[in-house]
Design a protein around this ligand. Structure first.
Ligand code: BYC
Length: 331
């Protein structure tokens, strides 16, 4: 909470534009590293940017359940199955924290889901790739959750309080996910020749899409400059991508696996790994809906939403019943 300058309780940010703060004052508050809370006045652009990013993030979490969920029934042991079920449930939980954070900005959860379903809002490109073998589950944990941690740890310091706080718990759980993925791959890469080949094949397929998770390069990222000025993003897409590469190369060595990039080399002068050029045309195609699994992911998501209508109706009926009872008790 940055000051005493609140909108009236209950009106919150749905009316934020009516209570647009002075932009310079707001910027000073951000620059002083204060947190913005739901009832604080905020520029409409700030609110919209947050709703866009948080909703996209929430959608990614729930769509992200699909590629891994597909392997729950095929996990190679009871222990692996229990761990994978817990991980997929964690992703559902992350979605819930994030939809709740978006609601503090005046967004309506049902409307956000409608926007996901009709393509007005996005979800992460990474979940439009298929999980072909068990090694893909290890690789998603290691690389995809690893990339998510690099991207999301700075979000724990996001200027918007509810998003930052949600990220603290999400990041703790992502760390566990990353370690379980590494452990699956370690087992495979120290197993039979066939298991090692399966692990290598999965890493070869997921490496470049994982680098694309960080978004377009800085000079092609229309939102970065403003999001960074507002303290929503703390680092640029390219800075985070570099951090991920630097962290991951030694881990690949520890696994005894290679990364599919002949240009990957330590640069003494920069103190970072150099890496090859990313084919961003692939990222843009996947974002446009033309990735290998976009259609399948959306069809499954819409079907699950329709089939879950009875559960949402029941929850509303239950809440209404209890609200009526409380009202009666008060009367
Ligand atoms: N995929 O100006 P830019 C997870 C869009 S969940 C799709 O750089 P921004 C996990 C971008 O939205 C992973 N779209 O944008 C879950 C923008 O389009 P709009 C999700 C992408 O927002 C389960 C346009 O391209 N993580 O990790 O400044 C299991 C221009 O980009 C992508 C988050 O959502 C992409 N990869 O930066 C395991 C984290 N990249 O909206 C793991 C929070 C870019 O203007 N989000 N676009 O139409 C962020 O940090 C930022 O939103 C991004 C993009 C870095 C993703």
């Amino acid at each position: 909470m940055y000051g005493n300058d609140f909108t009236a309780p209950g009106t919150q940010t749905a009316t934020a534009s009516a209570a647009e703060p002075d932009l310079e004052d707001f910027q000073r508050i951000i620059d002083a590293d204060s947190r913005v809370e739901p009832r604080d006045r905020m520029p409409e652009g700030y609110r919209k940017t947050l709703v866009r990013q948080i909703a996209q993030h929430a959608h990614s979490e729930i769509i992200g359940m699909q590629p891994e969920g597909a392997w729950i029934s095929r996990a190679p042991s009871l222990r692996r199955k229990a761990i994978l079920m817990a991980k997929v449930q964690d992703e559902a939980g992350h979605g819930l924290y994030l939809y709740a954070a978006a609601e503090t900005l005046g967004a309506d959860r049902a409307e956000l889901l409608d926007m996901l379903h009709d393509g007005r809002q996005k979800y992460s490109s990474i979940f439009n790739y298929p999980t072909l073998t068990w090694a893909d589950i290890g690789t998603i944990g290691w690389l995809v959750d690893g990339a998510a941690i690099v991207n999301q740890v700075p979000l724990c310091r996001c200027s918007y309080g509810p998003y930052a706080r949600a990220m603290i718990r999400v990041c703790k759980e992502e760390s566990f996910h990353q370690r379980q993925g590494f452990e699956i791959l370690h087992t495979l890469s120290h197993g039979t020749e066939a298991q090692k080949a399966m692990a290598q094949d999965a890493v070869d397929r997921w490496w470049w899409p994982s680098l694309m998770m960080f978004g377009p390069s800085d000079d092609q990222s229309p939102n970065s400059a403003q999001s960074m000025a507002w303290g929503i993003k703390r680092f640029s897409n390219d800075e985070l991508r570099q951090r991920f590469v630097d962290m991951t190369v030694p881990q690949a060595e520890a696994l005894g696996l290679t990364l599919p990039d002949p240009d990957l080399a330590w640069n003494e002068e920069r103190g970072h790994y150099d890496f090859g050029e990313i084919d961003f045309s692939e990222l843009f195609e996947v974002i446009k809906g033309n990735g290998p699994c976009n259609a399948e992911r959306m069809a499954h998501r819409v079907r699950a939403h329709e089939q879950g209508a009875w559960a949402r109706d029941a929850a509303v009926a239950y809440a209404d019943k209890h609200a009526a009872r409380r009202a009666e008790a008060v009367a």
